[in-house]
Design a binder for this molecule. Structure first.
Ligand code: ADP
Ligand code: MG
Length: 261
């Protein structure tokens, strides 16, 4: 059976330049993600996980720059796509959720206003339709009394609820690929489990492909089909999840598995 590959990253390299000094943040990342599957990107802090994710969507902050490699998403190399093409893909085909949802939700607008705006931009929905669809999305991610929640401001919600709102907004455009950058790190353990369950469930329902960035091998065991282990800006090991747990090859992976309580 041949699998459709939705994302094929080849030798990606991304650097930051300060006064002509190059700091290599990502220095050789390669992996493939089959459609509908989840790949975990694991690695210690500073190993280049977030910069890899931001490179895919070209959300790098100045002076970060992709200096080499390919990011093949379906039939396009995103490193060569125009700004306009990237804008279309961002939010329409690829969505991203971040570690701390408070920084991605705007504190001065209600949940409803923000979801409606997303739905207006991506699906052209008016106010009434946007509210209806917004309530549906909040229901989908397991938010109780969504009709009330939609009128509230981000600070009135718990961290777990805010992360659910972010997932709902990420889903507003029916993305084919969801990039989740440590989506549960800031949350406590029971809420973490619920959020992961929601992502798993949505993935099954919509055949979404997922990049799950985490430093938690428990999360990997629970959610991932494949794993790319990053160390010093490189993918040092890439395999299906069973192989990684059974026969880890790189010393960093071995250490990571030994550190599981
Ligand atoms: P993580 O694996 O923790 O997500 P990051 O991808 O955020 O790591 O960062 C990888 C490396 O990129 C860091 O160790 C740092 O050297 C470099 N880096 C990240 N952001 C910047 C920046 N704004 N300016 C310069 N270097 C950066
Ligand atoms: Mg990070």
């Amino acid at each position: 059976m041949s699998e459709e590959i939705i994302l094929d990253i080849k030798d990606l390299r991304t650097s930051f330049f300060t006064e002509d000094v190059e700091v290599k943040a990502v220095d050789g990342v390669s992996f493939k993600l089959p459609k509908g599957k989840t790949i975990g990107i694991v690695g210690e802090s500073g190993s280049g996980k977030s910069i890899t994710a931001l490179s895919i969507l070209r959300l790098l902050e100045h002076p970060g720059k992709i200096v080499g490699g390919e990011i093949n998403f379906k039939d396009k190399d995103l490193t060569k796509a125009s700004d306009r093409e990237i804008r279309d893909i961002r939010g329409n085909e690829i969505s991203m959720i971040f570690q701390e949802p408070m920084t991605s939700l705007n504190p001065v607008y209600t949940v409803g206003q923000q979801i409606r705006e997303t739905l207006k931009v991506h699906q052209g929905l008016g106010k009434e339709q946007g509210t209806k669809k917004g309530v549906e999305l909040l229901e989908l991610v397991g938010i109780p009394s969504p009709k009330k929640r939609i009128t509230q401001y981000p600070h009135e919600l718990s961290g777990g609820m805010r992360q659910r709102v972010m997932i709902a907004m990420a889903l507003a455009c029916n993305p084919e690929l969801l990039i989740a950058d440590e989506p549960t790190t800031a949350l406590d353990v029971t809420i973490q489990a619920q959020i992961l369950e929601i992502i798993n469930d949505l993935q099954d329902r919509f055949d979404m492909s997922v990049i799950m960035i985490t430093h938690d091998m428990g999360v990997v065991a629970e959610t991932c089909d494949y794993v790319a282990v990053m160390y010093g800006g490189k993918v040092v090991e890439y395999a299906d999840v069973k192989t990684i747990f059974k026969e880890p090859k790189h010393p960093y992976t071995v250490g990571l598995l030994n550190s599981i309580p």
